[in-house]
Design a protein around this ligand. Structure first.
Ligand code: G3I
Length: 352
């Protein structure tokens, strides 16, 4: 999960530059992204969006796959405890996807950031039963409907120095909980593509290297890991070429890749960033084009899907609550559903 303090701090930097903000770029004309993309084009979705006719119309035009943004995670499923799982919203999203000819990507079974409260007080065999049972019940429920799963999300420390300590590693060890989760997910769904999903591999070299080492170790151990997720929460100041280089290194394992959570905030962690909105958008365009082109250059068998972490700027987690500066444009469409420069960058990168 990305450090919210960084996002908040950079909000003030951006606000300080408000007087430099240039006029908003005119909306661009683009083909549907699901047509331009050389693989299923996905978007994150929250259940309430299914009641927003504008979002539904945009999704039907632009996307061919959905990822539940939060309501298929323990945070929502186990909000009432292990004995009373909530599947109402994830079922609703799955039904909407099926009714609209969209694929479904499951997110996320085991994450360091969630589940500690629900599993509190459990130890030994009881913990094992709950861990195994949770994966069996959730992955089993969507068997034949979810084409893939983020089985383990974000196991690596932000600085890339090692793997995170968490309630899962405390019981099974750092690699152990990952191996167990994948084995249980494979038992629950023999067909789904099973992903290890991580962020900042492209922007923090040590984290990218740690990701590659972890994947190599898991595969050598016989882990049923069959897909690799590059979340791609991009920063506009990532060094040119780093995104493509990282994707090439990860592609070396020969597994399907999922650009799983693309957004690209215009905010930075520079204490005082005097660049105009248009300068930032130009850098965003360059990085998003590089990502889309690197994905399009993969062999077809390795292009699982390309997913944006929301469709409209105001659907983004970057634009929620007190963090919202009202100006960030991290997603392909503006709040009215009109294409942003990011949408043009995607089409350009896909080579459509
Ligand atoms: O909708 C409810 C609202 O009714 C309620 O009043 C409010 C306060 O409880 O919560 C709202 O739900 C929030 C939800 O986002 C929708 O905005 C949840 O509390 C909040 O925890 C949830 O955050 C999500 C976060 O993961 C944690 O699950 C973000 O939307 C989602 O964008 C973010 O996504 C993560 C990926 O799973 C993993 N990679 C990083 C990515 C960004 O952090």
């Amino acid at each position: 999960m990305i450090d919210r303090r960084t996002v908040l701090a950079s909000t003030f930097a951006l606000a300080a530059c408000d007087r430099f903000a240039s006029a908003e770029p005119a909306p661009v004309a683009i083909p549907p992204l699901k047509s331009a993309c050389p693989a299923p084009f996905g978007a994150a979705v929250k259940a309430y969006l299914l009641d927003d006719p504008d979002w539904v119309a945009l999704a039907r035009t632009q996307v061919s796959q959905l990822t539940p943004e939060w309501e298929m995670k323990m945070e929502y499923v186990l909000a009432d405890g292990l004995k009373r799982p909530n599947f109402d919203r994830s079922d609703r999203i799955a039904a909407f996807a099926a009714a609209n000819g969209m694929a479904l990507h499951g997110h996320a079974l085991i994450w360091y950031a969630q589940g500690e409260q629900a599993f509190a007080g459990l130890s030994g065999a009881a913990f094992d039963r709950a861990f195994d049972g949770y994966i069996a019940s959730v992955a089993g429920r969507y068997r034949g409907r979810a084409r893939g799963w983020d089985v383990v999300n974000e196991p690596i420390l932000d600085d890339g120095s090692g793997l995170r300590d968490c309630h899962w590693s405390a019981r099974y060890g750092h690699d152990g909980y990952i191996l167990r989760a994948f084995e249980k997910a494979r038992e629950a769904d023999p067909e789904a593509v099973l992903f290890l999903n991580e962020y900042n591999q492209e922007s923090i070299p040590a984290k990218g290297a740690q990701f590659l080492r972890l994947v190599e170790r898991l595969l050598k151990a016989g882990c049923p890991l069959t897909g690799l997720g590059l979340q791609s929460h991009l920063w506009i100041d990532v060094e040119e070429g780093a995104i493509a280089r990282l994707m090439g290194e990860v592609a070396g394992f020969g597994l399907p890749l999922h650009v799983s959570e693309l957004d690209c905030t215009l905010r930075t962690d520079k204490r005082l960033d005097l660049r105009s909105q248009s300068e930032r958008i130009a850098r965003q365009t360059a990085r998003v084009t590089e990502l889309a082109a690197a994905f399009a250059a993969l062999p077809e068998a390795q292009r699982y899907a390309f997913t944006v972490w929301g469709l409209r700027d105001t659907d983004s987690w970057y634009r929620q609550g007190e963090k919202d500066d009202g100006k960030d444009k991290p997603l392909p469409f503006d709040s009215f559903g009109r294409p942003n420069p990011m949408a043009a960058a995607l089409v350009q990168g896909f080579g459509a």
